[in-house]
Design a protein around this ligand. Structure first.
Ligand SMILES: [Ca+2]
Length: 197
């Protein structure tokens, strides 16, 4: 195993090395894991509130019209098409007065993984062959010995975004504990919620 250089540092709060512990919750249960979407920028116009996956916003008369949103709790992944096809962006907890892809979102997926103690293993070759490194926090592979080297990965814990370039640039993909696929160059764990509304 090789060592890696860490970039901006972890975005998450680690309370224990035991992955069997439940996720840390610093906000009241009745306000956890919610997305509020708005018809116009700056949280104006009609709005809808969701607490679980939305596979088709047409069913809620809110397709291709979201211009701003608020996230409470875990991150959400938004998609251009219904049924979670063609990823557009990942939004972590916060308020977004203007989304990146205005009037485009057609489905939304809540990240349900425990984000407190993330871990991903990168492999040099496809099908988990060759050298490997284990990463536990936001990392720029450009600053280490594994840059442009990874060809497959396994997520042990949490959820990650894998980027083609440094500074969260270029193409990206979401990697979650139950998925297997190819990788990009840089990755970081999604942050655990730390504040509520
Ligand atoms: Ca759409």
């Amino acid at each position: 195993m090789q060592s890696v250089s860490h970039g901006a540092g972890p975005l998450f709060y680690t309370v224990s090395s035991l992955s069997t512990l439940p996720p840390v919750r610093l906000i009241p249960p009745d306000t956890m894991n919610k997305i509020i979407v708005y018809e116009h920028c700056n949280f104006q116009g009609l709005s809808r509130e969701f607490t679980s996956n939305v596979s088709n916003l047409i069913d809620h008369s809110f397709n291709d019209c979201i211009s701003s949103l608020k996230i409470i709790g875990n991150p959400w992944v938004v998609y251009r098409h219904v049924n979670f096809k063609d990823i557009l962006a990942v939004y972590e907890e916060g308020e977004y007065s203007a989304v990146q892809h205005n009037d485009t979102i057609s489905s939304m997926e809540l990240v349900t993984e425990d984000l407190t103690d993330p871990q991903i293993t990168l492999y040099e070759h496809v099908n988990y062959g060759g050298q490997k490194i284990v990463v536990n926090c936001e990392t720029s592979l450009c600053s280490g010995s594994f840059n442009d080297l990874a060809s497959s990965h396994k997520v042990q814990r949490g959820a990650w975004i894998l980027y083609e370039h440094a500074n969260r640039g270029g193409a990206f993909m979401v990697a979650r504990a139950s998925h297997l696929s190819q990788v990009g160059v840089e990755m970081f764990p999604l942050s655990v919620p730390t504040t509520g509304f």
